[in-house]
Write a protein that binds this ligand. Sequence first.
Ligand SMILES: [Zn+2]
Length: 254
Amino acid sequence: MRSGNGMRLMAWMLFGVVVLGWLLLLPEAGWAASCDCSVAVDVGHGLTVPGATSARGRPEFEFNLAMGTLIQEELVKSGMTRSFTIVNPPSLKDRLRIAEEKQADLFVSVHHDSVQPEYLRSWVIDGRTRKYCDLFRGYSILLSPKGMQYSSSLELAKMIGRRFRAAGFLPAYHHSKNVPGGRHNMIDEELGIYQFDNLVVLKYAVMPAILIEFGVIVHREEELQLQDPEIQKKLMRGVVDGIQEFNASYCLPR
Ligand SMILES: [Zn+2]
């Protein structure tokens, strides 16, 4: 009788361990990209909420739209024909709803960066007083550990970050906790990958999701470089090649 109870207890414990393991692994195991990978290229901000303002007064949304369009067009040319841009939806959660409805395998949000307000200074350009900061420049790749596909998102971020570094781009450090006013942990210092826990488009995404700040548009020199078609093309190449590497590693025929 006692040994029967013991056996039952052991069986239940084993069952509990299996269920717990399954629950822990489920989010990652449940995901695989299709081989004709569909990428939601999320163009950050919109016409009414244009995001940051560059050192010369250009809205971030215009930078994001130019870069997002370039990336989406190249993804389609590279064979990821179901890829699409998300432009000017009503809300942040609508961005994810659209991505899910269109069955996106990956979510890549396109942004350009500013700095903490205490670093901004004034200058006069084209007869207008504008804000700038020449202290910080470079790209950042943002992830939320609260996202369902965190480890896959990190893999994707690394594949893109390695390509940015190989192309000569440097990460920005002003979001880091080691910089006065910085608030975020660096996940990978070499590759410029940051932990942003609560960005809506990252933490509620069901697919691997990253947000890329392509550069700092309040930096007077970097703003101009980010509008140079050759620089834009190099950054786009880093994203598209990183996505292709990721897709080759994770795609499943459907
Ligand atoms: Zn932004």
